[in-house]
Design a binder for this molecule. Structure first.
Ligand code: F6P
Length: 353
């Protein structure tokens, strides 16, 4: 059985990482297994930069946002000698296994280390984007989207005071889950998602109707959307070859379109990294704990090359390769639900219901 496990957290941080770290450490401790934390994601694995993780270290971290281990978007497969350095770290730190907590990118590295080099790795899915296909939900999503819903409620108050339309830009990369859930729960009058083109005519009709009925209107926009007539410009990429979506100015561009087409006064806000900070919600604390504990159990069982997934109410192992093969984007059934809750109400009875 394993005697020493390392844990790392890679990619964008999110609430729930600390509960997951705690889960691994406490479950491992029950078997007398020692844990180390690698600092700064795969960077720490390349540099063998580790710190001890005892049960005492993790005793109170379940309610803390961020990650006590730090994070980065380092890709060992894109660094000269990076993979060899990670494999050497297994030897120098005397590791029997590594638990990698991350999204598509971090887990993609874990998958390749297992497939190509036989490394003893287990994956824990995290991302506020909720875009990993093998799991129903990732921790971080619930907290981040709750912040977006709260932001919408604030925007509604000030929007109504001034008779303005308010636009909220949210993160989520190329999957619209954060915008979708925030828009349904907010509620918003129109939601712009990367999964389908923005229908300006429909958006303006809904915004005008909401403004006429309630004195304000709310629009949620996911950061990766293109507006009609846009797209094709040069893109800045990260080490994983993904487009950096910062500073795309979606909210401002959408504001300009809405002002021109509706004739109403429009203001926008970008919630950005505020979504990723702060204490995890109850859901993220519990999910993080469960997947962390399960990851330690997979290590104990020697079941490597797996990611822990939430399926229904169960946490189960799935192949890391399959888990990272494609992104989970918003499905037609969810779009249909969104269309139901944002539909223009045609009858007076419905409007006052
Ligand atoms: O993947 C999580 C995420 O928050 C995305 O929604 C966003 O596009 C990206 O990270 C931002 O990355 P960074 O923190 O590197 O600016």
């Amino acid at each position: 059985m394993a005697k020493r496990i390392a844990i790392l957290t890679g990619g964008g941080d999110c609430p729930g990482l600390n509960p997951a770290i705690r889960g691994v450490v406490l479950r491992a401790a029950r078997e007398g297994i020692e844990c180390l934390g690698l600092r700064g994601g795969w960077k720490g694995a390349i540099e063998a930069d580790a710190r001890p993780l005892t049960p005492a270290c993790v005793a109170e971290i379940v309610g803390k946002g961020g990650t006590i281990l730090g994070s980065s978007r380092t890709n060992p497969f894109k660094r000269e000698g990076g993979v060899e350095a990670v494999l050497k770290t297994f030897k120098t730190l005397n590791l029997d296994a590594l638990v990698a907590c991350g999204g598509e990118d971090t887990l993609g590295v874990a998958s390749k280390l297992y497939e190509l080099h036989g490394a003893n790795v287990v994956g824990v899915p995290k991302t506020m984007d909720n875009d990993l296909s093998a799991t129903d939900y990732t921790f971080g999503f619930d907290t981040a989207t709750t912040h977006a819903v709260e932001a919408l409620e604030r925007l509604r108050d000030t929007g109504r005071s001034h008779g303005r339309v308010m636009v909220l830009e949210v993160m989520g990369r190329h999957a619209g889950w954060v915008a979708l859930f925030a828009g349904i729960a907010g509620p918003a009058d129109y939601v712009c998602l990367p999964e389908r083109p923005v229908d300006v005519k429909d958006m303006v009709a809904k915004v005008k109707a909401a403004h006429a009925a309630r004195g304000t209107a709310l629009v949620v926009a996911s950061e990766a959307i293109e507006l009609p007539g846009e797209g094709g410009g040069a893109k800045e990429l990260d080490e994983f070859g993904h487009e950096l979506l910062k500073d795309r100015g979606v909210a401002q561009r959408l504001t300009a379109v809405l002002e021109k087409e509706s004739g109403l006064e429009v203001r926008s806000a970008v919630i950005g990294h505020i979504q990723r900070g702060g204490p995890p919600t109850l859901f993220d604390r519990i999910l993080g704990t469960r997947v962390g504990v399960k990851a330690a159990e997979l290590v104990i069982a020697g079941d490597f090359g797996k990611m822990v997934a939430l399926r229904g109410d169960a946490v189960v192992p799935v192949s890391l390769k399959e888990a990272t093969a494609k992104l989970k984007t918003v499905t037609p059934a969810w779009l249909d639900l969104l269309d139901t809750v944002t539909a223009l109400q045609k009858t007076p009875e419905a409007a006052t219901a």
